[in-house]
Every structure is written in C-alpha cells, then in structure tokens.
Write a protein that binds this ligand. Structure first.
Ligand SMILES: [Zn+2]
Length: 151
C-alpha cells in the first residue's frame, strides 16, 4: 500500500524544482533544525550566518508557499500523473459520447442501435482511482510534517 509521501513524491520534486530556490531550501532546512534541536545551529558555516530566527524564517517560508495549489489529485496508478483540478470523465471519441456509434449504422436483432464497442455504450470513460490532497498535505510534503504546523 502506497503512502501519501511516496504518492506525492513526484509532484513535490517538480514543485521544488520550480518554486523552491536554494536559499529557501536552506531556510527550510535550518528552520527544521531549529524546531528539533533549538536555535543552536550546526557549525558556523556561511549557510547558517543568514538565518533570521525561527519566526522570520517561518514567515518567509509561508510567503513562498503561497503558490501551493489548494488541492491536488494524483492518479492511483501513476503518481507522475497529477492535476490541480478534479479528474472528470472523458467523452468516448469513438461515439462522441452518445454510446452508439452512428457511423456504423448497424442494429442488433431487435432493431436497436448497437452499443459502441469502445465504451460499451456508456459514452464516456470514468477517471480511474485517484488520491486527493489538500493544501496542508502539500505543505507537509514540501517542508516536513513538524514545520508544516508553523508555516
Ligand atoms: Zn463510445
């Protein structure tokens, strides 16, 4: 059974690539460190020199997370496949949604139009199973469970 973290991993990777700068990722890492171990930061490297303190760091991170979608739908079968809007049934292209392909003009023994063979007369394909995540889940995926409570 897949868990939310692995289901969200491809999306989280792509979102970080696009929205999380190196500076922001450093800030997220340091704020996480601060949260777990207190404000005594590791070493005195250049990375930690600019750390503005937990409150300011959280505010900057929260600002950056403004761009997160309010919800995300991820395909149960392929987590590379995700969308910010709810998946909708797709119209069957063979019969154009009617369930009976006009072009073949065939009727069955009772004189009824034949069902479209591609969609079995339904006229559409239901979306497969998918996961729905809300903004809070997405925050957790980007900054971690603990820090997500603060940003
Ligand atoms: Zn059809």
């Amino acid at each position: 059974m897949a868990d939310a973290k692995s289901i969200l991993a491809p999306w989280a990777h792509a979102w970080r690539e696009e929205h999380v700068t190196k500076e922001l990722q450093t800030l997220i890492n340091l704020a996480n460190w601060d949260l777990y171990y207190g404000p005594t930061l590791p070493g005195d490297s250049d990375e930690t020199a600019d750390y503005p303190g937990f409150t300011t760091a959280c505010k900057r991170i929260a600002d950056a997370l403004d761009d997160l979608p309010s919800s995300l739908y991820v395909d149960d079968q392929s987590s590379d496949c995700y969308s910010e809007s709810e998946p909708e049934p797709e119209e069957c292209p063979t019969c154009e949604g009617t369930g009976t392909p006009e072009s073949n003009g065939q009727v069955d023994d009772d004189g009824e139009d034949l069902e479209c063979p591609d969609c079995c007369g339904r006229g559409q394909f239901e979306p497969g199973e998918y996961w729905r995540f809300d903004r809070r889940d997405l925050k957790v995926a980007i900054v971690g469970k603990e820090l997500a409570g603060y940003v």
